[in-house]
Each structure stands twice: as C-alpha cells, then as structure tokens.
Ligand binder design. Structure first.
Ligand code: ZN
Length: 166
C-alpha cells in the first residue's frame, strides 16, 4: 500500500528489477515493496515475472497476499536447495509424522498387551482366592477394553499418511 502510494517516487521491487515504470495499478506493488528487493528476485528467478503476474491476475485480490507468501517461501527454498526445494521440508515432516504414528501404534499395542496381562493375572488371583478380588480391582478392565478399538485407527492413520506421500 505504501509502495502503491509512492509509486511516483520509487518503483516497487519487481518493477525496479525488471527496469520498467511502476504503474499506479501495478499488480506487484502491494506485495513487493522497494525495501525488500530479494523477495522478488528469488520469485522472479524461480517462477518468472510473467508467470507471477499471470498467477496474481487470476486470483481475487484478497487471496493474492497468501499466494505471494507461498511463492516467496517456495522460491527461497528452491534457491537454498536447488534439488528438492520446499519438498525437502515437506518430506522430512511427513517422515516425522510416519515415525510418530509408528511410535503411537507401538505404544497402543503395548497398552493392549499390558491390559491383557493384567486381566490374565487378575483372573489367576481370582481363581486362587475365590472371595479375593474386590470389585474395584476388576472393574477397570471393562472401561479400558475400548482401547483395543483405538489401536486400529492408529494404524489406519499411518496407512493414510503413507498414501499421501506416494
Ligand atoms: Zn511495480
């Protein structure tokens, strides 16, 4: 906005780099102020000014700021990592998700195992002392058995995560 108003004085970063006159309705001016030249330089290098122009023109004004932010992010990542760009960040985060979902599935399986062992030992002590186990000792087993169902969604979520990545 500031750049738009002062367009008569200093062109936006895009027009400055492209060595052209910054028009009053310059599509780049609101998003590429003259004090951040590197922001447009990378976007231009990666996407090309004409493509950025077209992408912004195709969007409603209220979505252009977000589009510029994502293009700047992608372009900066591509300049830093010419091979993977922002995909390196995405894939490392997806690997983390898969790893954590695995850990969650293992932890849930351990819980199920422990519950079953506890149930078995309770059954044994119930046998050895017929009047033995007070009701509070055996009752936790019933509300906790739904954990068995929790175990499956965890593995399902993992499959979903893998499907997303492939
Ligand atoms: Zn301009």
């Amino acid at each position: 906005m500031l750049a738009k108003m002062g367009s008569g004085m200093s062109p936006c970063a895009a027009c400055k780099l492209l060595r052209r006159r910054c028009a009053r309705d310059c599509v780049f001016a609101p998003y590429f102020p003259p004090d951040e030249p590197q922001k447009f330089a990378n976007v231009h290098k990666v996407f090309g000014a004409a493509n950025v122009n077209k992408m912004l023109q195709d969007l409603p004004v209220h979505q252009r700021g977000d589009a510029v932010s994502s293009m700047v992010y992608e372009a900066d990542a591509r300049v830093r990592d010419p091979v993977y760009g922002c995909v390196s960040a995405i894939s490392s985060l997806q690997q983390q998700i898969a790893l954590l979902q695995n850990q969650l599935a293992v932890a849930n399986a351990e819980i199920v195992c422990m519950r079953m062992q506890q149930a078995a030992s309770n059954a044994v002590s119930l046998k050895s002392s017929p009047q033995g186990t007070p009701p509070e000792m055996s009752s936790p087993l019933q509300p906790r058995s739904p954990e068995l169902q929790h175990y499956k969604p965890a593995t399902k979520a993992l499959e979903k995560g893998e499907a997303l990545w492939t």
